[in-house]
Design a binder for this molecule. Structure first.
Ligand SMILES: NC(=O)c1ccc[n+]([C@@H]2O[C@H](COP(=O)([O-])OP(=O)(O)OC[C@H]3O[C@@H](n4cnc5c(N)ncnc54)[C@H](OP(=O)(O)O)[C@@H]3O)[C@@H](O)[C@H]2O)c1
Length: 258
């Protein structure tokens, strides 16, 4: 059986990727903090798809935990065919109003863990001549929206760079760049999304299915939904001054009197 390691599989997009991979016949290694939720996810996926699920409780903001997960990915004993770097969270307050610890944890989960887990997984995949790495980024990486956007911008460019370096290796990689997705993300961050129009929301399955389609044809950046590809092009190619205005960064700071 092929085997996949997924970070953040207990909710939202990670749960969608775990389910899709189980449906494709992958055994799973599930990594996030809440051991109870991990076990419940594992039990359900085993029951529905007959795959083996191993649970690895780990906080990906903690270096020792990241290194423990990296060791699993680097091991040749039971090689991993797929890695999905998905775990993540957002911060509700702008940079000047967020604690340094929260900003650091954000970078550690969104960037450091993606860097170290990918670095651990790739040599074995390349040596075996096959594998896949899916890095969940965001369309937010295309505009100036604080540390979160900067981190996601790193994830997208990092993944595109890997796609270039991995050409001909048999290993595929895609940066998944969704717009708004119906998950626990915004509620967990305490964000009020009541003003976000319905048409802007994507379902988890839309994002996950598009990611696998793009991976299959070697497209390094995956933007799901009918509404977001055009939006992404505007963000990438429109005047930067307009993009900054859209992001509302200055407005947010000045509203707070900074
Ligand atoms: N929802 C959106 O609109 C949207 C849009 C673009 C991109 N994204 C990205 O999609 C990814 C998944 O987000 P989601 O929307 O599915 O969020 P979600 O529903 O809140 O799920 C987040 C998952 O990440 C895990 N996680 C959070 N912090 C962690 C940590 N420190 N260590 C280990 N695991 C951690 C959570 O489990 P535990 O709490 O048990 O650890 C949970 O399984 C994130 O990278 C996010 O930035 C989301």
């Amino acid at each position: 059986m092929p085997k996949a390691l997924i970070t953040g599989p207990t909710a939202g997009l990670g749960r969608g990727f775990a389910e899709a991979l189980a449906r494709k016949g992958f055994d799973l290694v599930l990594v996030s903090r809440d051991e109870h939720a991990l076990q419940a996810t594992a039990d359900e996926l085993t029951h529905r798809f007959g795959v083996r699920c191993e649970v690895v409780p780990a906080d990906l903001a903690v270096r020792e935990d990241i290194d423990r997960v990296a060791a699993l990915l680097a091991s040749d004993d039971d090689p991993m065919t797929a890695l999905v770097n998905n775990a993540g969270f957002g911060l509700r307050t702008p940079f000047l109003h967020t604690s340094m610890d929260d900003e650091q944890a954000l970078l550690d989960v969104l960037v450091t863990s993606v860097l170290r887990l990918t670095h651990a997984a790739l040599p074995g995949m390349v040596a075996r001549g096959s594998g896949m790495v899916i890095n969940v980024s965001s369309i937010a990486g295309l505009f100036p929206g604080g540390t979160y956007s900067a981190a996601k911008s790193w994830v997208t460019v990092f993944t595109e760079s890997l796609a270039v370096q991995l050409q001909g290796s048999g290993v595929r990689t895609t940066a998944v760049c969704p717009g708004f997705v119906r998950t626990e993300f915004h509620e967990r961050a305490g964000m009020d999304m009541s003003q976000t129009p319905d048409w802007m929301w994507l379902e988890v399955s839309t994002v996950v299915d598009q990611a696998f389609r793009d991976l299959a044809v070697g497209r390094p950046v995956s933007v799901a939904g009918p509404q977001y590809p055009a939006f992404a092009r505007i963000l990438q190619h429109g005047p930067r001054s307009l993009v900054r205005r859209f992001a509302g960064v200055r407005g947010t700071l000045s509203r707070r009197g900074d």
